[in-house]
Design a protein around this ligand. Structure first.
Ligand code: GRF
Length: 195
């Protein structure tokens, strides 16, 4: 942990990604604000060519490529790295793998995720398409704790948006992504305050 002015101590977070990394970028951006209570210490990607890795590199953040869901041995290697770096919280940001049970248990209550829907509605993939097909008046995004069931842990923060007339999955995704970038750092701060 890194000492801040006064009595604050910065907590260390790890961000897990699989792709673009726009939430990672926003989480890093907020971590650089004055009095931010967290620092992004490590980025893990299960994909070698994830664009988010470039963001990690440009920000001089340690990053590893590892498909930790492939074998328990790889998972244990990552767990050791996280422990070595004193990680207080794991943030999944577009991480497209389901974490194994033993991994979740090792960080019980300390893994969170962002999902682009008003959970518990629309768990899983292709959220925006399904919302549009069902003519939903509202959608949104949710930051939630991770448990062994897909997109099912307790909600931490949720933000609702109205779907406009002629909304498409693409326009909805764009609108919601903007909100994700706002609420994920807020949710991280909220969770860290109670750790
Ligand atoms: C986001 O919409 C997030 O809610 C979902 O995957 C997407 C990741 O986007 N879990 P990015 O990689 O952070 O840009």
């Amino acid at each position: 942990m890194k000492k801040l002015g006064g009595n604050f101590t910065k907590k260390n977070i790890a961000v897990f990604i699989s792709g673009r990394g726009s939430n990672l970028r926003s989480i890093i951006h907020h971590s650089k604000k004055k009095n931010s209570p967290y620092k992004v210490k490590i980025v893990i990607s299960n994909k070698k060519y994830a664009k988010g890795l470039i963001i990690a590199r440009n920000n001089k953040i340690k990053h590893y490529v590892c498909n930790l869901t492939k074998s328990k041995k790889l998972g244990k290697i990552i767990l050791n790295k996280l422990k070595k770096h004193n990680i207080n919280l794991i943030c999944l940001a577009g991480f497209m793998k389901i974490l194994p049970d033993y991994f979740i248990k090792s960080f019980e209550g300390k893994i969170i995720n962002i999902h682009p829907s008003l959970l518990p509605k629309y768990k899983g993939l292709n959220t925006h398409q399904r919302v549009i097909l069902n003519n939903e008046k509202f959608s949104g995004c949710t930051v939630h704790y991770v448990n062994k069931f897909l997109d099912s842990g307790k909600n931490i923060l949720q933000k609702k948006v109205r779907t406009k007339k002629n909304e498409t999955a693409k326009s909805l995704e764009k609108k919601i992504l903007k909100i994700e970038h706002k609420i994920y750092p807020e949710a991280i701060i909220k969770v860290l305050a109670n750790l």
